[in-house]
Design a protein. Structure first.
Length: 217
């Protein structure tokens, strides 16, 4: 099966299951989205959504967040894991937003990625879900499924992002990356399916009989 045929099957199935793609992380603006995405590193979205209301009750903008001590931030966010690093990053980036960007989250990849604790994936989520610019954030679900579906060689998330952007139309990226995440959580989990069970896996690899083992990024 050619890659374009495979891609169209994936698009059609995902669109039929997820015609709407609500953003998984609760937020009220681009600043709270940025903080929520930063907290989601190695932490489930459900946990982040339990923690952020407590944090944003204390401070929901860069000005008030920058005034909190790192310890105050840490005491709230520590259930998300990596508390020392994340609390330091949140306070530091809030201060930078106040001093350099008039309290606004910058609308550029390069500027976002210069902020403490903000890598390419986090910047991609903010650009996509916050500003609406075409982006294809690759998390563990997307990286894993791209391998199972043989859309990438699986060497690393950077290569996976390039391959997916090449395969899928740009106008679908923002919605599609969420659809793939939803599918991975619901139908094609890491320790189930193994490219043998779910509707997409069976549709694009009908002759597969052995479980697929993905490479770690």
């Amino acid at each position: 099966m050619k890659i374009r045929q495979k891609a169209q099957i994936i698009i059609d199935i995902l669109e039929s299951h997820y015609p709407k793609t609500p953003i998984p992380l609760d937020h009220s603006d681009n600043f709270t989205l940025l903080i929520a995405v930063l907290l989601s590193a190695q932490c489930k979205d459900e946990r982040v959504n339990q923690i952020t209301p407590k944090l944003f009750k204390l401070a929901n903008d860069p000005y008030s967040m920058a005034k909190l001590s790192q310890k105050q931030i840490y005491e709230v966010i520590k259930p998300c894991g990596l508390g020392p690093q994340k609390s330091k990053a949140i306070k530091s980036l809030s201060k930078i937003l106040v001093e350099d960007y008039q309290g606004q989250v910058p609308e550029e990849f390069m500027l976002l990625e210069k902020l403490p604790g903000v890598g390419h994936k986090t910047a991609s989520v903010v650009m996509s879900q916050g500003f609406g610019h075409p982006a294809f954030p690759v998390d563990t679900h997307i990286h894993r499924l791209a391998q199972r579906w043989k859309l990438t060689n699986g060497k690393n998330v950077t290569q996976t992002e390039k391959d997916l952007k090449r395969i899928f139309p740009e106008q679908l990226w923002n919605k599609l990356h969420l659809q793939i995440i939803f599918w991975g959580r619901e139908f094609c989990q890491a320790h189930e399916c193994f490219a043998l069970e779910c509707r997409i896996c069976k549709a694009i690899n009908p002759k597969r009989i052995r479980p697929f083992a993905h490479k770690r990024p």
